[in-house]
Design a binder for this molecule. Structure first.
Ligand SMILES: [Zn+2]
Length: 429
């Protein structure tokens, strides 16, 4: 695990001929078989990459059509999968023997070469093939960001099949500026807005409705207020029973929402989940005790669920985040004609108000990193359609990224660090 590097993944579709498609299909199939053979050999015997490699390399060369480097990579993949299983079990989670079913194959700098003419050459079970990358029309951002840059080098990458289409998840890395520990400056941030109508909305436009919860909590608060006025011993007992039941419902709901938020952060390869400062939330919820309790629970649940994925959870001052335009930065009360709508007076951006706030909360954190004295910032905010940084602007995910999100994370190949879903930069200068 090279913690002294910043990782980015750029996803691009490949333009492949029928012949190349057949070769890639065959390579993926042999790769899955190879990983499985290596895993079955090493299971209960070893888990270190070097051990699995020396145990399984020869059998892989004999039993599959994988080339030498792909055979080595397959043994490493097996080692990672086994290690992942053992770790999950040590945490008391269920983990069955790894099965390699995802239509993917791993590449490294020996098996993949990127060329300046926007083509890539890939090792297959037979010859190397060379095919064009299908870049978005405005591809100068991509060139600028990774290919033409001395700073970024290609690292482990993954080829994924989706029907007849092939997507390359190009891994890039560069050394961290002045060897700081992983900070906001170098990460992808998921902003989260908390509210009543929507209990949570992420900067990637995932909405968690708060209607049910609001109903439960209102009932609870009514019961609570009524019984407290009564003040008798039996009223207390009734309160305890009622609160036990209702708070359990809220707790379950907060578990569900926290899981959703963390899943969203993992899916968009975020390093940080950023909430507004919880002490400020009181103002927006009319001092409702139940809601504040719910938000505190939610925050705690997100924090401990995120930790398992190496994702940090932070809070920022939410001042103006509800009336600032997430697109142009213009701030005025008039940007919020109703509680639900956001309509920027300056740039005419219209959005759901909570979604706009979620973007602002995330951006505030990213900007904080960029305004630090070191100015080493390479942080970005995860949006549904791409990422955004304060300096270089919006970066769209290429077509197909959305489809990719529906795939299960490939077994045993989490990136070396929580990496960032950085893609093509469409610079708005
Ligand atoms: Zn605006």
């Amino acid at each position: 695990m090279a913690d002294d590097c910043v990782y980015r993944t750029a996803i691009t579709r490949l333009d492949v001929s029928d012949e190349q498609r057949a070769l890639l299909e065959e390579t993926i199939s042999e790769w899955k078989r190879g990983c499985q053979i290596a895993t079955d050999l090493a299971w209960n015997r070893c888990q270190a990459k070097s051990d699995v490699q020396s145990l399984a390399y020869d059998p892989l060369r004999e039993q599959t059509d994988l080339g030498s480097q792909h055979a080595i990579l397959a043994t490493h993949q097996a080692a990672e999968a086994i290690t992942g299983c053992i770790e999950r079990r040590s945490r008391g989670e269920k983990a069955s023997t790894p099965r390699f079913t995802a239509p993917t194959v791993t590449y490294d700098s020996r098996t993949l070469t990127l060329f300046d003419d926007e083509t890539v050459s890939l090792s297959t079970t037979e010859n190397r093939i060379r095919c064009p990358l299908v870049l978005p029309e405005d591809d100068d951002g991509f060139q600028w960001r990774f290919l033409d840059s001395e700073r970024w080098e290609v690292t482990e990458s993954t080829l994924t099949a989706d029907g007849d289409d092939y997507f390359l998840h190009l891994g890039f890395r560069r050394p961290k500026s002045n060897n700081q520990p992983n900070t906001a400056e170098d990460g992808t941030v998921l902003g989260v807005d908390l509210g009543v109508e929507n209990i949570a909305v992420t900067s990637t436009a995932r909405f968690f409705s708060g209607r049910e919860l609001h109903h439960t909590l209102s009932e609870f608060e009514k019961t609570r207020a009524g019984l407290q006025r009564t003040g008798t011993r039996s009223a207390h007992r009734t309160l305890e029973q009622a609160s036990g039941r209702q708070l359990r419902t809220v707790r379950d709901e907060m578990h569900r929402v926290s899981k959703g938020i963390v899943t969203e952060a993992v899916r968009y390869e975020c390093d940080r989940i950023v909430f507004e400062d919880l002490t400020h939330i009181r103002k927006r919820t009319d001092d409702a005790w139940g809601h504040r309790w719910a938000y505190r629970k939610l925050y705690q649940f997100v924090e401990y669920k995120a930790e398992r994925h190496g994702i940090a959870v932070e809070q920022v001052d939410p001042a103006d985040t509800s009336k600032r335009c997430g697109e142009c930065g213009f701030v005025t009360d008039a940007n919020r004609p109703t509680r639900d709508r956001f309509e920027c007076r300056a740039c005419e951006t219209e959005a759901n108000a909570d979604y706009n706030a979620a973007k602002n909360i995330g951006l505030r954190y990213v900007r904080r990193g960029q305004q630090s004295s070191r100015r080493t910032g390479d942080g970005q905010l995860a949006l549904k359609s791409g990422t955004v940084t304060p300096n270089s602007g919006f970066t769209a995910y290429p077509d197909g990224f959305e489809a990719e999100f529906t795939d299960k994370r490939r077994c045993g190949t989490t990136p070396p660090t929580p990496s960032d879903a950085g893609c093509w930069s469409h610079r708005r200068s």
